[in-house]
Design a binder for this molecule. Structure first.
Ligand SMILES: [Cu+2]
Length: 666
């Protein structure tokens, strides 16, 4: 795609070929070539593909490419032979046309493919026990019932051991376009074996009245819509200020690569900032590595709800096609995503990633005296994507600012996971939102993986706590306080918690490079809203999502350590991922290190969350901390467009700018 302003987004292999880079995601032809080669290697009629993704080349190979070396293109494949349920991992050299490895992985369950969801839906609907349980609750229009497949978790049930399990829960609907989550059918859970393609058990306990109200949120269902807003238009008559070449994005001093991973969703690579002609790296790779939503209600229809939306469901493949003017406002460029269907055919996800600029109020300002104001508008580059996973919709946003700071923000909206309740008192683990509908309490955890590369070379993470200093001759007025920096020396020390009382944050320091005041350059990781995991230590989810029991982990970089709950969290017993990575207790000082920061949201459900919940935002920031010698945004130009300051008082640059006529320009 090329807009009239010469901004290019990578659509299809031609654009990729023009800007080929070892970190480009697989193109549609590459996905299909990998699938075809795997089929030759494993010629089963029922071979299905879970993921076909770029096997990211080692950092040394990327550096060699930059120095003029060859480009490597390999696919990492996860496949399941549905004839016998065996899982395979493949490694395909796309240039050589060779399957270099094809490994049977017993005892793991990759996330289901869409065909399996369809199978589960079919066998549940046909099951007489399930039909009877619904009829007992007064649900008779079974064709209209919506069935949501839930990851099974692992609760130690011997009947589920070694099987490929999903739990189907059901919702009554009066129309095909009804709110699918308004009328939960409580206490009926169909347990499906996806390999056997059969319902192995129907849980039927804890019944409650099926809510009657359809709780619609679409515009057509509202009695009256507001009509008191006048148009607000965002115009960039000369086009946006960023340039996209293939997957590379440049905006002012920022440099990065942007792509969609079939499992992780939005991923950024080679994030760097140009400082006086030198491109200084900040992170090799940043993105969401896992998430989990543990529910806190113990009832039979709820206790198992612990969705790992990335590793158990696939965020990339769940990514929305975004719409200009609705999802994204202004001068927008989109990048497509490419994922593999179960049959190995490439599915192009159009408009998967939105890239645009936003005015973001004031960057900096000072008024010396009346009429002597220096003020700069803040402009930010926004890179975002949205995924819908069942009832919830999640936005993943990265903001890049002109003062070299970065913010990561997750946006949560969609519909709460509902629970049907009677008219009497309900337990404290759920909150009533409407007649016979409650929202069980739950938490959302997002583990953001930051493969740090602060100014290149080795980095060290310091924990920074600010404390009062002891009173004494050096502190006679008892007012002194100062930060204390503690290095995180090894992985045994690396599972950290936030601490509001000491204003705790972390600094990623490059000990080999000094700034103008003689201190090592650094970026700080500043926590935002987060919370501890509430599930008890012995809870299945606490063992499987150990990452969410802390807010920061640091590990030494290893190319195969990407997922904090392990590569295959579905039905895992726990222990994979960060607990296993950090058990090696590798040293962390002046090394190639990875930070895993966990955003946590405690969701005590409100009536206002129903029938749809407005966006809630949570995130963290990366801020230069002595990375520069002074504020790097001094050279941001004053507002050029017409401003309203009185004649003679406006000191911010209108030299030569036509149209800046002191309030006369509108
Ligand atoms: Cu929630």
């Amino acid at each position: 795609m090329a807009t009239e302003h010469g901004v290019h987004a990578a659509h299809g292999s031609a654009a990729i070929a023009n800007h080929a880079h070892p970190l480009d995601p697989l193109s549609a032809p590459e996905v299909e070539r990998a699938a075809a080669l795997c089929r030759q290697r494993h010629p089963s009629e029922q071979l299905r593909f879970v993921t076909i993704a770029l096997e990211e080349p080692a950092k040394a190979a990327v550096a060699a490419f930059r120095a003029g070396g060859p480009i490597e293109r390999r696919a990492a494949v996860v496949a399941i032979d549905r004839a016998d349920g065996r899982v395979f991992e493949g490694r395909v050299d796309l240039a050589a046309g060779a399957v270099e490895a094809w490994t049977h992985r017993p005892g793991v369950q990759p996330y289901p493919i869409l065909e399996e969801f369809a199978d589960a839906d079919r066998v549940i609907r046909a099951d007489a026990r399930w039909q009877a349980a619904l009829r007992r609750r007064g649900v008779t229009d079974l064709d209209r019932v919506q069935i949501d497949p839930w990851p099974a978790g692992n609760f130690g049930d011997p009947a589920e051991e070694g099987r490929r399990i999903l739990r189907g829960i059901a919702y009554a609907r009066d129309a095909d376009d009804a709110n699918g989550y308004a009328r939960p059918i409580e206490g009926v859970v169909a347990v499906v074996d996806l390999n056997a393609r059969e319902v192995i058990r129907v849980v039927d306990e804890g019944a409650a009245p099926v809510p009657a109200a359809d709780a619609r949120y679409d515009a057509a269902a509202q009695p009256r819509l507001r009509d008191d807003l006048r148009p607000l238009e965002i115009a960039q008559p000369e086009g946006p200020s960023f340039v996209i070449e293939g997957h590379r994005v440049r905006w002012q001093r920022w440099r990065m690569r942007v792509s969609l991973h079939p499992r992780e969703g939005l991923v950024l690579h080679e994030v760097a900032y140009e400082d006086r002609g030198r491109v200084r790296p900040i992170a090799h790779r940043m993105g969401l590595s896992e998430m989990v939503v543990p529910y806190g209600d113990p009832s039979p229809g709820q206790y198992f709800k612990n969705a790992f939306d990335s590793g158990e469901l696939g965020l990339g493949r769940s990514t929305n096609a975004l719409t200009r003017g609705c999802d994204c406002l202004g001068e927008i460029a989109y990048l497509d995503g490419v994922v593999a269907g179960g049959d190995g055919a490439a599915r192009v996800l159009p408009n998967a990633i939105c890239i645009h600029e936003e005015d973001f109020n004031i960057l900096w300002k000072h008024t010396r005296a009346a009429g002597q104001t220096e003020v700069r508008r803040s402009r930010r580059l926004v890179v975002s994507s949205w995924a819908t996973v069942g009832n919830y919709d999640y936005g993943f946003y990265w903001y890049f600012y002109e003062d070299a700071s970065i913010e990561c923000e997750v946006r949560l909206t969609g519909i709460i996971q509902p629970m049907a309740v009677g008219d009497g008192p309900i337990p404290p683990t759920a909150h009533r939102v409407a007649r016979n509908v409650a929202g069980p309490i739950h938490q959302h955890f997002f583990c953001m993986r930051v493969d740090a590369d602060v100014d290149g070379g080795g980095n060290t993470v310091y924990e920074v706590d600010t404390h009062p200093l002891p009173p004494g001759p050096d502190n006679p007025h008892h007012n002194a306080f100062a930060p204390a920096l503690t290095p995180i020396r090894s992985e045994a020390e690396s599972a950290r918690t936030v601490n509001a009382a000491t204003g705790r944050h972390w600094r990623i320091v490059n000990p080999s490079r000094l700034n103008a005041v003689g201190e090592p350059v650094a970026y700080a990781l500043l926590p935002g809203e987060t919370v501890a995991m509430m599930a008890g230590e012995e809870a299945a989810v606490a063992r499987r999502a150990t990452f969410a029991r802390r807010q920061l982990w640091v590990t030494q970089h290893a190319p195969d350590e990407l997922y904090p709950a392990g590569t295959y969290p579905s039905m895992s017993k726990g222990g994979d991922g960060l607990p296993a990575f950090t058990a090696a207790n590798r040293p962390l000082e002046d090394r190639d290190i990875v930070l895993w920061y966990v955003i946590g949201v405690n969701h005590i459900v409100r009536p206002e969350d129903f029938p749809i919940t407005s966006v809630h935002r949570a995130g963290f920031a990366l801020k230069p901390w002595g990375f520069f010698d002074a504020n790097p945004a001094l050279d941001v130009a004053p507002p050029a467009a017409a401003c309203d300051c009185p004649p003679g008082e406006c000191v911010h640059g209108h030299d030569g700018h036509e149209g800046h006529a002191h309030g006369a320009a509108r």
